[in-house]
Design a protein around this ligand. Structure first.
Ligand code: ATP
Length: 368
């Protein structure tokens, strides 16, 4: 009995100390991840960080090299142990390259995974799933007659139809155009929650991860950098990489002194850094709160607008900030709605501290 044996019953999926190499290239360095039944977890990260490899190991499409994999309380992956193939793992798979059977109709493709049931029930179930994903009108069509996005929806229906407790989905919405994608994401999440299917979903899109996930595992370079709820990662990032991955930020540098770091837009909390520590200050564009002023007062730091652009729901301003110490910084500010001050307009900047993040400068790019 391992020390985890008891806890394993509570886990739909547990991966421990998983490492993986393709020849000399180490794709996964030391992965620990646990999922509760019904939980939707997104593997998020830049291209090449190892998301797909991790999903393939969970699915059994890749043979486990090091570590341990537990599905539904069953240890099915131990290095050197007998490999349990994907079809024996009771998981639903939809991968980017999981092609539909070309010689079967859409309906037959979805019925394929339901072979244990009587024919009329299989038909009924399959039609219900096609309905859920808006594809019931294509039941009699063959896959080659469908667009990429339609094929993806049928592949999703096929994976979901047997209602496995664990779904493994690799970029399941990637072939859909933007408008359809929102709709199908919505429908898929609704279905997953309704049937209570635990889901591990790969995406490189932070917004998709935040929408779909109960928890996000943000990966870089074969490791999980931070795992938590979307709100935890967005509001309480553990690493500069986490801040930057969720959107462009202004980056300033300074030294911690008396609990603050002086920047050209004023002092920010040093977040517990010791005096004399070099700090990296990350400021989200929406953290800059801007008011137009008549005259810059000489005793204050002041700023002026270089350029303002309307992006639609928000306006993007380029600002030049002049610090008290004579330092200058160029910053991007994002202001909701239409706010288009003329070039040269003096402004005052306040910062929303909840959108400002301070890290020791030597963390910057660590492990990148
Ligand atoms: P993407 O978002 O681009 O699909 P990913 O995060 O899913 O990327 P993986 O596909 O898991 O990343 O790849 C991780 C690393 O392992 C990459 O550097 C990739 O080049 C490498 N790799 C993946 N599959 C193989 C393979 N079959 N043989 C050799 N190297 C591979």
């Amino acid at each position: 009995e391992t020390r985890h044996a008891k806890a394993d019953h509570a886990h739909l999926l547990a991966m421990r100390e998983v490492r993986h190499a393709y020849g000399k290239h180490v794709a996964l360095k030391n992965i620990n991840l646990e999922m509760a039944p019904g939980e939707v977890v997104c593997l998020l990260g830049p291209s090449g960080c190892g998301k797909t490899t991790l999903l393939r190991i969970a699915a059994g499409l890749e043979v486990l090299q090091q570590g341990e994999v537990v599905i539904n309380g069953r240890r099915i992956g131990v290095p050197g142990g007998r490999h349990v193939p994907p079809e024996k793992r009771n998981v639903g798979l939809a991968f980017q390259d999981s092609a539909l059977f070309p010689h079967l109709t859409v309906l037959e493709n979805v019925m394929f995974g339901l072979e244990a049931q009587p024919l009329h029930q299989r038909r009924q179930r399959a039609l219900e799933w096609l309905e859920q994903l808006g594809m019931v009108g294509y039941a009699k069509v063959y896959p080659h007659m469908l667009s990429g996005g339609q094929q993806q929806r049928v592949a999703l229906a096929r994976a979901l139809a047997p209602s496995p407790p664990l779904m493994l989905l690799d970029e399941p919405f990637s072939s859909l155009d933007a408008r359809l994608r929102d709709q199908i994401r919505d429908d898929t999440l609704h279905v997953l929650k309704k049937v209570g299917a635990g889901t591990l979903l790969v995406t490189h899109d932070p917004e998709e991860a935040m929408f779909m996930a109960d928890r996000i595992a943000l990966m870089r370079d074969g490791r999980i950098v931070q795992m938590g709820t979307p709100q935890e990662l967005y509001c309480n990032p553990s690493d500069p990489f986490v801040v930057i991955f969720f959107g462009s930020v202004n980056e300033l540098h300074g030294e911690a002194r008396g609990g603050v770091v002086q920047t050209p837009v004023g002092p920010v909390s040093a977040a517990g850094l010791a005096d004399g520590t070099q700090a990296q200050v990350l400021i989200r564009p929406e953290a800059l709160l801007i008011t137009e002023i008549d005259e810059p007062s000489s005793s204050h730091q002041y700023s002026h607008v270089i350029m303002a652009k309307l992006l639609g729901r928000s306006s993007l301003l380029h600002i030049c900030a002049h610090g008290k110490d004579g330092r200058e910084a160029h910053l991007h500010a994002r202001v909701p709605g239409v706010f288009l001050p003329a070039a040269g307009q003096p402004v005052e900047i306040r910062l929303d501290p909840s959108q400002v993040f301070v890290f020791p400068a030597d963390l910057a790019g660590a492990g990148a």
